[in-house]
Design a protein around this ligand. Structure first.
Ligand code: ADP
Ligand code: SR1
Length: 399
């Protein structure tokens, strides 16, 4: 069923909607007596309903015309659901093992129906806070990023295909504007949305606003974010966007944030954090990603991709040079974007449970300050790092 006009649903009205929508009702065997529906949206943007019947289940995600975590004072176009569906579908085709299937999209209701990632799946961030280790995480994350970033880039696509694909996402303006604002601008100026652990971090927040070199570097990243269309990226691939069990890694509702064509490093960047096992996992994920990405490149070096035409670049020594340069640029961009994302989670609008769950404000501020200092170093000195091991050592030195 495609509705005539938009209306926000709730747990009650959703039942009627499901009854009238064959692609959803068939998922629960058209049985409605034992249906349970629960709104679980704890994200920043949308309403998320889990629908469970005796014969099946699914998740409904509906976009509302504002940013949920801020309220109606921060309007946000509902069309984001359309771009999320497009990207979910494309990434799902490229990496079905790690992207939940889309069952239904209603362009008038801005509503997506998709696979329910049933328990024991939990949000990765929550698992990490609880100290759980996920042995397959590096393997799965590197697989997801290598496949989606390679296959949607000019290393695989012709320039015509790429331009067509970029054009499809051109309208995703507002969601990108949100990132431009909350990641690349607000933390560096006085903004009514910003917050931090005050009064402990008052001077630290001010130091960010007064740091000219930091502002110079973040401006470079902002322009990359706005101007590049390197690949179809997830755009908000932090640990709150991934659902896991020890054996499964799924991109949550994926594309929850800034779906679009952007700098591939942005997906990489959102994945930086601490702790011994996490450090090993970051190192392993990057190493595996690099390996898989260049293997795909090698495999398709005579394919349609037009970034490096075979007749010019298919000489072993030149191949190696361009691959090294490509991966090094990606690495440095990733460190920069990762650092900008750490800064925004400490002095910007949207914080993370990793810090917020530390109830004692002075302890929380001490942890946040350490992360902030690391982020500033990474952002300003990212080009000095030659390999992921150097970054891990820099983090270890902090502890
Ligand atoms: P938002 O788009 O608002 O950021 P999220 O994608 O973070 O929303 O989803 C909010 C919450 O809903 C997640 O924290 C997760 O608990 C739950 N959720 C989202 N998608 C699924 C899914 N496919 N299966 C199970 N739970 C989900
Ligand atoms: C108000 S900021 C909202 C944030 O939620 C999304 O998940 C993105 O991270 C975005 O920056």
């Amino acid at each position: 069923m495609a509705s005539a006009e938009f209306r926000p649903l709730d747990e009650k009205s959703l039942i009627e909607y499901i009854k009238a929508t064959p692609s959803l009702s068939s998922k629960i065997g058209n049985k409605f007596d034992d249906l349970t529906i629960k709104e679980v949206g704890d994200g920043n943007l949308n309403f998320v309903y889990i629908v469970i019947g005796s014969s099946g289940s699914f998740v409904i995600k509906q976009a509302i015309p504002y940013v949920r975590s801020v309220g109606e004072s921060l309007p946000m176009t509902k069309e984001r659901a359309y771009f999320e569906t497009l990207a979910l579908t494309e990434h799902g085709q490229l990496c079905p093992d790690h992207v939940p299937e889309v069952y239904h999209f209603d362009p008038k209701m801005y509503l997506i129906g998709m696979r329910y990632l049933e328990p024991p799946h939990i949000i990765l961030r929550k698992g990490l806070i609880a100290g759980v280790e996920y042995p397959l995480l590096a393997e799965h994350m590197s697989e997801y990023m290598a496949r989606t970033l390679f296959r949607t880039s000019l290393l695989y696509r012709t320039t015509s295909e790429h331009k067509r694909a970029v054009a499809e996402f051109c309208g995703n303006v507002e969601l990108c504007r949100l990132t431009e604002r909350v990641v690349f601008s607000d933390p560096y100026k006085v903004s009514e949305l910003n917050r931090w652990t005050s009064p402990y971090l008052d001077h630290d927040a001010e130091a960010v606003r007064e740091d000219n070199i930091l502002k110079l570097e973040v401006a470079e990243l902002k322009s990359k974010f706005c101007e590049r269309a390197q690949a179809l990226i997830h755009g908000d691939l932090h640990t709150g966007s991934v659902m896991v069990t020890p054996n499964s890694t799924q991109m949550d509702t994926l594309m929850k944030g800034m779906t679009g064509n952007g700098d591939a490093a942005l997906d990489w960047a959102s994945f930086l954090a601490y702790k011994e096992w996490i450090l090993r996992t970051i190192e392993e994920t990057w190493t595996l990603f690099q390996k898989k990405f260049t293997a795909l490149w090698h495999q398709h070096k005579d394919g349609p991709g037009e970034a490096y035409l075979p007749e010019i670049y298919n000489k072993p020594e030149l191949q190696q040079l361009i691959q090294e340069k490509y991966v090094k640029d990606l690495f440095h961009d990733s460190l920069g974007f990762g650092a900008a994302k750490m800064i925004r989670r400490i002095v910007g609008v949207a914080h993370v449970e990793d810090f917020e769950s530390i109830k004692d404000a002075s302890k929380r501020a001490a942890c946040e300050r350490q992360a902030l200092e690391l982020a500033k170093t990474l952002l300003k000195e990212r080009r000095k790092f030659q390999a992921i091991s150097g970054v891990i050592s820099a983090i270890r030195k902090l502890q």
